[in-house]
Design a protein around this ligand. Sequence first.
Ligand SMILES: Nc1nc2c(ncn2[C@@H]2O[C@H](COP(=O)(O)OP(=O)(O)OP(=O)(O)O)[C@@H](O)[C@H]2O)c(=O)[nH]1
Length: 312
Amino acid sequence: MTDTPETEDHQPDPQTPTRSGFVTLIGAPNAGKSTLMNQLVGAKVSIVSHKVQTTRAIVRGIAIHERTQVVFIDTPGIFAPKRRLDRAMVSSAWGGAKDGDLVLVMIDAERGIKGDAEALLDALADVHQPKILVLNKIDQVKRETLLALTAACNEKARFSETFMISALNGSGCTDLMDYLARTLPEGPWYYPEDQISDLPMRQLAAEITREKLYLRLHQELPYASHVETERWEEKKDGSVRIEQVIYVERDSQKKIVLGHKGETIKAIGQAARKEISEILEQNVHLFLFVKVRSNWGNDPERYREIGLEFPQ
Ligand SMILES: Nc1nc2c(ncn2[C@@H]2O[C@H](COP(=O)(O)OP(=O)(O)OP(=O)(O)O)[C@@H](O)[C@H]2O)c(=O)[nH]1
């Protein structure tokens, strides 16, 4: 669960006061925010995929490092909003930034700061919390490029520190965690020691299915789908029965999700069941249903389920 596991000769000093705080991860879509959070928390709490805008709602991962509890707020990527759902995601991300003790601004070093990342850096003037710059994906970029990028970012916004990391292979992540652990304020921990996320299990299970759906259907199914857990029943034999609905907007999308003779949905269900079962450490019976609900992107009830406010 921790980034650097405590060993016999590396016990945190019980006399040292505890620290805790909220760190908001902010960045353009696909910068690697979810990958970093999973790397630091050491468990899969936010879904990751190669498609942009995977993260819709704010989810939290909790990491303990030495005597500090770091609560991560993983926000949807910041980008120029077009649809109503986009607007809700972007405003939720900025809301998250203003709630945290510290804002971690992540830039995809491979992509640089054109487009969404540049707009994001410009908008940081309105965020008054201390900000740190994290250049990610350094495994793909030359050192000279990184130095030039650091200078360009620091010209646009004021950062208290810069880190260069690879969220994927973990390089630079311990330095970042050390910094967070000593910078957050002294105080009691917000959550029990063994908790890694405050995302309700029903929602986490729906996110996992949504990830499998995206991974399987990336080209064919854009962001017109949404997964909800409708039933969660603990059985006497220790297993759990979970029923989920995959909402799509059109009949043609339903056919894609089902696949030939139901093969696609079967594969999605198997992959999701395996992962949910690993997280719960419990046998899972997962039942998936596909429903067409045209216009779900404008339905306030669906927003509440995802954990977003409905923008007027
Ligand atoms: N090479 C490399 N790829 C990375 C690194 N970090 C993340 N990625 C990849 O970048 C893609 C996006 O990562 P995510 O963690 O989903 O990005 P995100 O910022 O949470 O994306 P949204 O949820 O869309 O806002 C995935 O394919 C990751 O595997 C890294 O350090 N190096």
